[in-house]
Write a protein that binds this ligand. Structure first.
Ligand code: CA
Length: 470
């Protein structure tokens, strides 16, 4: 116990939902990092305990946070002053056990010493449950060996995958965090599913995902839910009330690759990519707002696969399509499909999709049935949508084969250049005069309580968006 001499342990009497418990507070400063690591990995922390990091720069390297809290009494690892406990250097942080919370840490000039910087598991098959990452910032965390050194000829300087956060297990929450300036390939946030652990109920909410520079290829999404090989599994994640600003890494900002997820009330602002249902079925895309401001590479919602609901989204001023319903190459895979075989990684027929009550304002185009393949969309209802703007291009690929798969009902449109959509189910009206007011109210309403409020860049980015509506 010698090395714990420096620990100030104070016994607190806390009343909790389960009655009176003895909860301790342990205080550490950067010069006691070894003692800190021993305590938080020991499994000896009890429900209600708090481990509190004093101001300073911590270089923890490999770092396990393992304990068993309870639903009434979480075990917390937090900064004494949010943002003043800075985590730097190579990091391999593994959070496992249950009911653990990480609060107020500032990851800056840190990077993954292995494949990913933070994982919610010990190792393969030993996953965490009910853990939370909140009020944290991960900004400019790139391995200098990979991101700053001159690349060999023919290679991107940052063409190595390095993940920031990997969620394994179930019932985790990532909220009120700020993430920005990832330059190396790999995900900001990956939800991992496999046959033994896929219904996860994770909640990703009120985060601000800031600038990610164009990567130059695939593999620089901000959030991916599953993978092609796990895409036929139920996931049940909720991604809501997040803001994505200048997320320019690649053409997918969120890539959904699993079933039964909900993505709602997110704001995508001037981000050069789209919200993509790439694999998996029965996902709900509802109440999201996408504002492209005509920047190159901005686009809307891309739909592939079956059973999705796309309701009440507002898509404004995208340089590319506001909506794309792709043609399939294969039918829907079965549970027996070989996970390594092409049918799982390819494109499947879009079928039984409901796209209704969405507004598309000043988007360049809409694409129905585009792409290579012969599996035309089937039973897609497109109803009560509004399409307005200066001009618009409704692109229907191979209409003689494509249109039979759509049911168009009571959609309204109006374009300043007088263009028409000469299809059944579309009615031409005048452009509503209040659509900018609607957009303004909707965007400003989505900027409340987002990200880590203690971080200046976080607030400057929110102000950047709100200033666009002054
Ligand atoms: Ca991608």
């Amino acid at each position: 116990m010698k090395h714990w001499k420096s620990i100030i342990a104070s016994l607190l009497l806390l009343s909790s939902g389960t009655g009176i418990v003895n909860a301790r507070q342990y205080h550490f400063s950067p010069d006691k990092t070894d003692e800190l690591k021993r305590l938080v990995s020991s499994g000896s922390l009890a429900p209600g305990d708090e481990v509190i990091l004093a101001d300073g720069v911590y270089r923890p390297g490999d770092f396990n946070f393992f304990a068993e809290g309870t639903s009434a009494d979480t075990i917390t690892l937090r900064a004494l002053n949010p943002g003043k406990a800075i985590v730097s250097g190579p990091v391999k942080m593994r959070i496992y056990g249950s009911y653990l919370k990480v609060d107020g840490l500032f990851f800056n000039k840190a990077w993954a010493s292995g494949f990913s910087m933070i994982e919610f598991r010990k190792d393969k098959g030993v996953n965490a449950r009910h853990c939370r990452l909140t009020n944290c910032v991960i900004d400019d965390c790139n391995d200098p060996e990979k991101s700053e050194k001159p690349a060999p000829p023919g290679h991107l300087p940052m063409s190595v995958a390095e993940y920031w956060v990997g969620l394994y297990g179930e019932n985790h929450r990532v909220d009120h965090c700020y993430f920005a300036n990832k330059r190396i390939g790999g995900l900001v946030l990956q939800l991992w599913l496999d046959e033994n652990s896929h219904i996860n109920n994770h909640q990703i909410d009120h985060n601000l995902f800031g600038f990610r520079q164009p990567y130059g290829g695939n593999g620089a999404e901000i959030i991916r839910v599953g993978h092609s090989w796990s895409s036929q599994l139920e996931s049940h994640a909720i991604i809501e009330n997040n803001v994505f600003l200048h997320c320019d890494g690649e053409n997918e900002i969120i890539s959904v690759k699993s079933c039964n997820n909900i993505l709602r009330r997110n704001l995508f602002f001037e981000s050069r990519g789209g919200l993509v249902c790439r694999h998996g079925h029965y996902n709900v895309i509802e109440g999201n707002t996408i504002v492209g401001n005509h920047l190159k590479g901005t686009c809307g919602i891309r739909i592939i696969n079956q059973g999705h609901t796309v309701y009440d989204n507002l898509v404004c001023r995208t340089d590319g399509w506001g909506l794309l319903v792709r043609v399939g190459v294969f039918e829907r895979p079965t549970p027996e499909t070989d996970i390594k075989a092409e049918p799982l990684t390819s494109y499947h027929r879009a079928e039984n999709v409901d796209i209704a009550y969405n507004d598309f304002i000043d988007c360049r185009s809409m694409e129905l049935g585009s792409g290579k393949g012969e599996k035309m969309p089937r039973n897609v209802r497109f109803a009560y949508n509004n399409i307005y703007g200066d001009s618009f291009d409704m692109k229907v690929s191979r209409p003689e084969h494509t249109l039979g798969g759509f049911y168009f009902l009571d959609n309204s449109y109006g374009f300043s250049d007088g263009k028409t959509i000469p299809m059944t189910g579309f009615v031409r009206t005048s452009v509503p005069s209040d659509h900018f007011t609607n957009e303004r109210n909707r965007v400003l309403g989505l900027l409340t309580d987002i990200g880590a409020a203690w971080y200046a860049d976080n607030n400057a980015e929110l102000a950047y968006i709100s200033n666009k509506y002054k």
